[in-house]
Write a protein that binds this ligand. Structure first.
Ligand code: HEC
Length: 170
């Protein structure tokens, strides 16, 4: 467990340095919609070593909401293609700009920030599983995973969102 935590931190720091080098000229505000969704890797909201694409947190959230609605509509219609698209978009969403990552970390403090990252990873993982199960056209498992994913979204909002948005620095 300790070792895994160490790896996460190493990956995280590497991600930040890559992102900084790539976007420092634009002060972390680069928006590149043409590459918003990358092929599958271990992407999360926050960082991955392979990702250069960032978007302000609020824009990421608006996209997530749209894709959750897409999955939901797919479930009602038994439209597995629709479910898969929504889930893949969630799994490959852009990252928070390093500037905002630093700010969130400062606002939440190290322990809560760790939980923030973990919750993000949980949502990401569920989205990957939803896409897999939609591929197999398993509506029951897909729906169960969808509800678990939504619980992840909501738990981050309950635990962290107020603290972030009510900060004067946000
Ligand atoms: C790791 C934490 C975290 C996770 C996971 C998360 N959110 Fe959020 N969400 C936030 C924060 C923080 C804000 C406030 C952003 C702001 O106002 O700048 C937010 C705001 C939002 C908003 C409000 C946008 C607006 O217009 O005010 C929506 C919608 C949203 N999230 C949807 C989702 C959905 C859907 C998921 C899951 C697929 C999700 N979020 C997962 C942290 C999270």
């Amino acid at each position: 467990m300790q070792h895994r935590k160490g790896s996460y931190i190493a990956i995280f720091l590497f991600g930040i340095s890559v992102a900084f080098t790539t976007i420092s000229s634009t002060n972390g505000r680069k928006i590149n919609n043409s590459k918003a969704y990358l092929p599958a890797t271990e992407n999360t909201i926050l960082n991955s070593p392979s990702s250069e694409d960032t978007l302000p947190l609020l824009s990421i959230m608006t996209k997530l909401e749209r894709d959750v609605n897409k999955i939901s509509a797919g479930i009602w219609r038994h439209d597995f293609q629709m479910i898969k698209e929504g889930a893949k978009n969630i799994a490959h969403h852009p990252k928070i700009p390093p500037r905002q990552v630093k700010l969130i970390k400062a606002i939440l403090g190290p322990d809560r920030f760790k939980n923030f990252v973990k919750t993000d990873q949980r949502v990401h993982q569920k989205a990957v599983e939803i896409a897999k199960m939609a591929e197999k056209k398993k509506l029951d498992v897909t729906t169960e995973l969808f509800l678990e994913m939504e619980r992840g979204c909501i738990s981050c909002h309950v635990d962290h969102r107020n603290k972030v948005v009510s900060s004067d620095n946000w």
